[in-house]
Design a protein around this ligand. Structure first.
Ligand code: GLN
Length: 502
């Protein structure tokens, strides 16, 4: 096979070629590394490329296969990993200067799972610093572009994971989602991206942003690949006190079932507050067309009001910033990463910490630390943190009521398609609005997935979100796979290269 046929294959197809011995992992890995070398400078999806490590693991997998020894199904297939996730021996920066060159001495549990499954780690992907952002423009290292249109953002904060998969620089990738950072970039780049039930995937070794909301999950070009990766990532982990010891079943099986079963008889609720005001006309039109297809195919569609979702963005800003401000206290120049000294005056522990944090953190991170510290301070705690917690409880109540009537909630994933680089950077409120449809699922710990819903404005992809009840991840994949078939979006055929990466 020629190189540009190899990197176009999705993860499942690659594993089939490997298992049939039609391709070796070294051939596949080389195809991706070559493409990375020639094309990634145009997109900026990777912060670290693990060339030697990847080739070494590929060789080991190939040798094992040649000997006829048993290997996991996906052994030898490459993957990219968001640079918020600790990888032993490979620098992990969270796209922050404060962690420049920091090499973790251990693997995150999900990286252990990836290694047990013998996937080949191509490298670490770009993100907004400490996962704070919706465009990946807050990376302290490099600009990240959307492969569909190089003048637009890939979304964020998992924008590097998104652009690596969307630009055929990796078959699939691991992102993290605190308020939408898997789903919104998936929507902007025509991918499938899923946030698992809170506790379904271990957070151990993932640099914490807001611990009560963070979950890692898969990004891929179809539901089958996303499901396969979801199954690999998901495990009970004693090292994460919020990990669920629960049998979620196989997401891959759910996808296969969903493709057969279809959508007939499924009870689905359109979130009234997330299907009108605030969304771009083209995004809404694409959403409504797909809702019509669902109803024509026999799904039972209801309109469900979730009146408290309007508090999502406000409550999220307070709770996320409060948790992030305390999580980021550990970066003090003493324990992790970089140390900066003051430009003048005495060097004391205090002036060193202040210089380290002042120079090591970027603007958006500092803004959120200040907001978080303020919200948690004695004078504002009740008015800010307390009120935000109450709003979260109200939002949970909306979900509880909704799931008495329906099994799934749907909405567009993001209010717009990918916007131009720089367009929202100086307008934090507008940037924060990107997450209006995605935050509620993080608050409730519900699984949620974004599917490509065809092309909308400017010939760019828009996303369709499905939220299911806690622990109903497999049921979510079942509907997602059925809906994917109904929408009929084929990534390869739809991918337009006019303004994008060839
Ligand atoms: N875009 C959101 C934010 O800026 C979500 C981030 C995330 O999910 N990591 O906070």
């Amino acid at each position: 096979m020629i190189m540009n046929e190899i990197y176009k294959l999705n993860a499942k197809q690659l594993s089939e070629k490997l298992n049939a011995k039609e391709l070796s992992s070294v051939e596949i890995t080389k195809a991706f590394l070559q493409r990375l070398e020639s094309e990634d400078s145009k997109v900026g999806s990777y912060l670290q490329i693990n060339s030697d490590g990847a080739l070494e693991e590929a060789k080991l997998v190939d040798n094992t296969r040649v000997k006829g020894e048993k290997l996991p199904q996906m052994a030898g297939v490459p993957i990219s990993i968001k640079d918020l996730i600790c990888t032993k021996g490979i620098a992990t920066t969270a796209a922050s200067k404060i962690l420049e060159d920091w090499v973790p001495p251990y693997d995150a549990t999900i990286v252990e799972n990836i290694k047990k499954n013998r996937l080949v780690i191509l490298g670490k992907t770009n993100l907004d610093e400490f996962a704070m952002g919706s465009s990946t423009e807050r990376s302290a290292y490099k600009l990240c572009r959307n492969p569909w249109d190089l003048d637009t953002v890939p979304g964020g904060s998992s924008g590097g994971s998104a652009s690596s998969v969307a630009g055929y620089l990796a078959p699939f990738s691991v992102g993290t989602d605190t308020g939408g950072s898997i789903r919104q970039p998936a929507a902007f780049t025509g991918l499938v991206g899923a946030k698992p039930t809170y506790g379904g995937v271990s957070r151990y070794g993932i640099i914490a942003m807001a611990s009560s909301l963070d979950q890692a999950g898969p990004m891929a070009r179809d539901t089958r690949d996303a499901a396969i990766l979801h199954d690999i990532l998901s495990s009970y982990d004693k090292r994460d006190s919020t990990s669920l010891n629960f049998d979620f079943g196989s997401m891959e099986k759910a996808v296969i079932d969903g493709q057969k079963i279809g959508v007939s008889g499924k009870k689905i609720g359109i979130v009234k507050e997330l299907s009108g005001e605030g969304f771009a006309p083209g995004v809404l039109e694409a959403f409504r067309e797909t809702v019509d297809k669902l109803s024509d195919a026999g799904a039972e569609i209801y309109e469900i009001s979730c009146p408290n979702f309007k508090y999502s963005i406000g409550a999220y800003q307070i709770l996320m910033a409060s948790e992030a401000s305390s999580n980021l206290e550990r970066f003090d120049g003493m324990r992790y990463g970089k140390r900066f000294l003051p430009d003048s005056g005495n060097v004391t522990a205090e002036t060193m910490m202040s210089a380290t944090r002042g120079k090591g953190f970027g603007f958006e991170v500092i803004r959120r630390i200040i907001l978080g510290m303020h919200s948690l301070s004695a004078g504002s705690y009740e008015a800010h943190y307390g009120a935000a917690q109450k709003s979260r409880t109200l939002i949970l109540g909306d979900f509880e009521n909704a799931f008495k009537k329906v099994d799934y909630l749907i909405s567009p994933t993001a209010p717009t398609v990918a916007f131009k680089l720089g367009e929202q950077l100086d307008n934090p409120m507008q940037m924060y609005m990107n997450d209006m449809a995605t935050i509620p699922a993080n608050f409730a710990g519900c699984p949620a997935i974004s599917l490509p819903n065809g092309l909308a404005e400017n010939n760019l992809p828009s996303g369709f979100q499905i939220i299911a009840n806690q622990k109903a991840d497999s049921s979510m994949y079942e509907l997602a796979a059925a809906l994917e078939k109904l929408i009929g979006f084929n990534y390869d055929k739809s991918y337009s290269r006019a303004n994008g990466l060839k």
